[in-house]
Every structure is written in C-alpha cells, then in structure tokens.
Ligand binder design. Sequence first.
Ligand code: AP5
Length: 227
Amino acid sequence: MRIVLLGAPGSGKGTQAKLLVERYRIPQISTGDLLRAAVSTGTALGQQAKAAMDSGQLVPDEIVLGMIRERLSLPDADNGFILDGFPRNLSQAEALDRMLEEMGRPLDGVLLIDVDFDILMQRLSGRLTCESCGAVFNSYTKPPRHDGVCDMCGGNLHHRADDNEETISNRLRVYEAQTKPVAGYYESRGALQTVDGEGEIGRIFDSVVASAERLLEGAKTRAAAAP
Ligand code: AP5
C-alpha cells in the first residue's frame, strides 16, 4: 500500500497513520516529524526549516523533497508507506509523481480526512505529544490517565511549539491556499477518497481502512488497463 494522508492541521492524519502502521506494517513517513527531528538535532537543514515552521509557513520545497527522496529510498519503504503531511502543494505533488515513477512504485491514491475548521483549533490547542514514543493525546478529546504522563511508555507529554493560536491560524490559512488544491489534483485522476474525520477515532479508522482498500483496488484496475 502506497498512500498519502491529506487533511488540514489537526484533522487526525498522524493519529490515523499510526493505526494504519499497526494494521499494515508499513512505515508512516511524516515530513513534519522529519523536520522537527532536524530542528531538534540542530542540523543545517533544521536551522533553515525552523523559521518557516515557527510561523506556520511551508518549508521550501527543495528541503522537503530532498528529505522525502532519502526517506523513500530506505528499505522499509519497499513494501509500502503512508505519507503524512506530504505533498503539501501542487509542485510537491508533481515532484512526488516523478520520483515514484523513477522508482517504479506509483502511488495507489490519496485519502482526504475532512474536518470542520471550528473543530481543528480546539484539537490543536489541546494536543499533547509524548517526548519519548511520539504517542498523541488531547487534553479535551483524549486525555492521558495521569496529567503530563504518557499512557504508553510513561514519558513526558508536551505541547508542540507551533500549536499556539497565532501559528495555528497561519497553518490553517496555508492549508486553504496551498494544500487544498492538492485534493483536486488527485481527484481529477480518480485517485482520491474522502473520509469524514469527525467522531470517534476507531470509527474513523474503519472508514479510513475501507477507503484505503478502495484506493488499492482502483490502482490495480488502472494498472491492468494501462497499455
Ligand atoms: P505537520 O507536523 O505535518 O503538522 P500539520 O499538518 O499541521 O498536522 P498536524 O500534525 O498538526 O495534525 P494531524 O492531522 O496529524 O492531527 P493529529 O492526528 O495529531 O507540519 C508542521 C509544519 O512542518 C508545517 O506547518 C510546515 O511548516 C512544515 N511542513 C511539514 N510538512 C511539510 C511539507 N510537505 N512541505 C513544507 N513544509 C512542511 O490530531 C490532532 C489532535 O486531535 C491530537 O491531539 C489528537 O489526539 C486529536 N484527535 C485526532 N483525531 C481526533 C478525533 N477523531 N476526535 C477528537 N480528537 C482527535
């Protein structure tokens, strides 16, 4: 399975991607996580990315594309992958097509997680992430059993630096202007499924799995029809 999870900040891409990893045993490749790791280790690339991330703007394409190419070349991506947060504009989508064509591994399709904008702000301002294992909680919608402590590994929970009101508003504006058109790009070739991302996480996951399976079937049909 080679799919993209598309959706606004806070729509649940990371939450659903982690469940897909458990189900299908393929890696989650999150450009946000890769960039945050580069920022925290202080690499030159991380230093270049930091200002854009802090303000909620997109990091320049050449940085993100280099990172994705390197990550997709690792052996664990041979049997499939879930791209989370990439592509994020039309030029990244076109570059991804070229990259996967060169690798002989075309995308099965894209899953758009649709959530009302009013809900996103609350989800993001309440998000808590484990510093050790990356598990995600929410002080409003999915609180940990003990304040500030991860249920899974006992690690510390923290708020992401870009989950403040001003940066969230910028991220939502950037999504509307630059990332939303990516859905149309895939829809026009019959490779988009939309899932309602509001409600219980497990129920959404059932829809995500059903939609991902439809994308796989569609990709097989397109491949069989190709000359
Ligand atoms: P990135 O890390 O990708 O952040 P994002 O797209 O803003 O998405 P989030 O991680 O905030 O949300 P999510 O959809 O994963 O939601 P989650 O599952 O955590 O990007 C960060 C920055 O990096 C960007 O601003 C940009 O600067 C840069 N960047 C990244 N990729 C780039 C690229 N390709 N090009 C250029 N720049 C790039 O859920 C959110 C919260 O809601 C959690 O607390 C969760 O528990 C809760 N929740 C989830 N589902 C539900 C539900 N059904 N009901 C109730 N609560 C729920």
